[in-house]
Design a protein around this ligand. Structure first.
Ligand code: 5GP
Length: 214
């Protein structure tokens, strides 16, 4: 190991991996799914980690692309087998992140985008250090209320979702980045900028820089 690598890695153990995983969280009604879709079109080198869920597919959602849609029984079995790096129950449905996808993609040097709510994101931050955590906010509380109302749910459901959104927003304090979604294009650019900047961190480029010191 040359001097540069020794300094950057502290010898061996404390290394930031070149491969990157980026976690995006946002309250429902914030436009996170659209931002992630646009971002993935612009950055084909980062792969979306499809979670497993027990909720039924929505129109247009594809098996293995948006989610792996499984029965509650199958999900429970996967919990028992230790399939998930984290999982939660959300609005009566289960959601979980596959340990295997994370290990395979990151282990082979690929980057991964995860769309996870804050409880699971926090668990992931603890068990898999080194991720980049991004929280997407609506432009204002009023905008969030009107977006939730536009979904055509009954007032009790809107109120429940708003309460949950407020609880989720409280978690923003430990996220690395915040994007305010005033405009889809700008918010997507912002997410792409975060990705590019994180990929350019010196610690991630140790392998590439090292040879210049030999
Ligand atoms: P939706 O049903 O609208 O697709 O997702 C509901 C919520 O579940 C969103 O906040 C989304 O980020 C979250 N979610 C999706 N997959 C996972 C997962 O694997 N783990 C956790 N903790 N949350 C997830």
């Amino acid at each position: 190991m040359n001097e540069f690598k020794k300094q950057q890695t502290g010898g061996a153990s404390h290394r930031v991996n070149a491969a990157l995983f980026m976690v995006v969280s946002a309250p429902s009604g914030t436009g996170k799914t659209s931002i992630c879709r646009e971002f993935l079109k612009l950055c084909p080198n980062i792969r979306f980690s499809a979670s497993s869920t027990t909720r039924p597919p929505r129109p247009g959602e594809k098996e293995g692309v948006d989610y792996f849609f499984v029965s509650e029984e199958a999900f429970r079995e996967q919990i028992r087998k230790g399939t998930f790096v984290e999982w939660v129950e959300n609005y009566g449905h289960y959601y979980g992140t596959s340990k295997e996808i994370m290990q395979d993609v990151l282990g082979s040097g690929g980057d991964l985008l995860l769309d996870i709510e804050p409880v699971g994101a926090k668990a992931l931050k603890k068990s898999c250090p080194g991720g980049v955590f991004v929280f997407i906010l609506p432009p204002s509380l009023e905008a969030l209320k009107s977006r939730l109302n536009r979904r055509g749910e009954i007032p009790e459901v809107v109120q429940k979702r708003l309460g949950k959104a407020m609880d989720e927003i409280k978690e923003i304090v430990w996220y690395d980045y915040v994007i305010i979604n005033e405009d889809l294009q700008d918010a997507t650019d912002c997410l792409r900028s975060i990705y590019i900047a994180e990929k350019s961190r010196r610690e991630r480029l140790t392998e590439k820089i090292g040879p210049f010191f030999e």
